[in-house]
Design a protein around this ligand. Structure first.
Ligand code: OFO
Length: 168
């Protein structure tokens, strides 16, 4: 059985993951609007990933005899300066999520909830990958600079991204 403190914090994390999906949906819409269909696709995959993260937490709370409680989702930004700014915002958000997962892990450790620590390990690893992916994109964008051709190639590359549902 989950203790209340952990249950509440896991419910807050469902909200953060759902907000992540909402933010990336907004970034995808913006990319589509400015004609970057590959970037729009990349963010769409990101939306599906975030929904799967929220679902993982939802399932876990239920499995441990807790109660899922959904909360209000904040409005995400809808205007972005340029493509760099879109991915900088993404990195900033992922760093915020990493911090939140680490705090959840600290809580599970303090509460001596071993099952939650094992469960959260998946998220700890996932956040390494999430930040790494975005950092790589930001480095590529730096190299591209103002090259229209480079940006077109980059957009094409992101069009190939597909969603792979998490297995664990
Ligand atoms: Fe982007 O990893 Fe969940 O929020």
């Amino acid at each position: 059985m989950l203790n209340k403190k952990i249950e509440n914090t896991f419910n807050e994390q469902i909200n953060k993951e759902t907000y992540s999906a909402y933010l990336y949906q907004s970034l995808s819409a913006h990319a589509k609007h400015i004609g970057l269909n590959g970037v729009a696709n990349w963010f769409q995959i990101q939306v599906q990933e975030e929904i799967s993260h929220a679902q993982k937490l939802y399932n876990y709370i239920n499995e441990r005899g807790g109660k899922v409680k959904l909360q209000v989702i904040e409005e995400p930004p809808s205007e972005f300066e340029n493509i760099q700014n879109m991915f900088e915002e993404t990195l900033k958000h992922e760093e915020f999520i990493t911090k939140s997962i680490n705090e959840l892990m600290d809580l599970a450790m303090n509460e001596r909830d071993h099952a939650s620590q094992i469960f959260l390990q998946w998220f700890v690893t996932e956040q390494i990958e999430e930040e790494d992916n975005v950092n790589e994109i930001l480095n590529t964008l730096k190299l591209i600079g103002n090259s229209g051709n480079g940006l077109r190639m980059f957009d094409k590359e992101l069009a190939a991204r597909v969603f792979t549902p998490p297995t664990v």
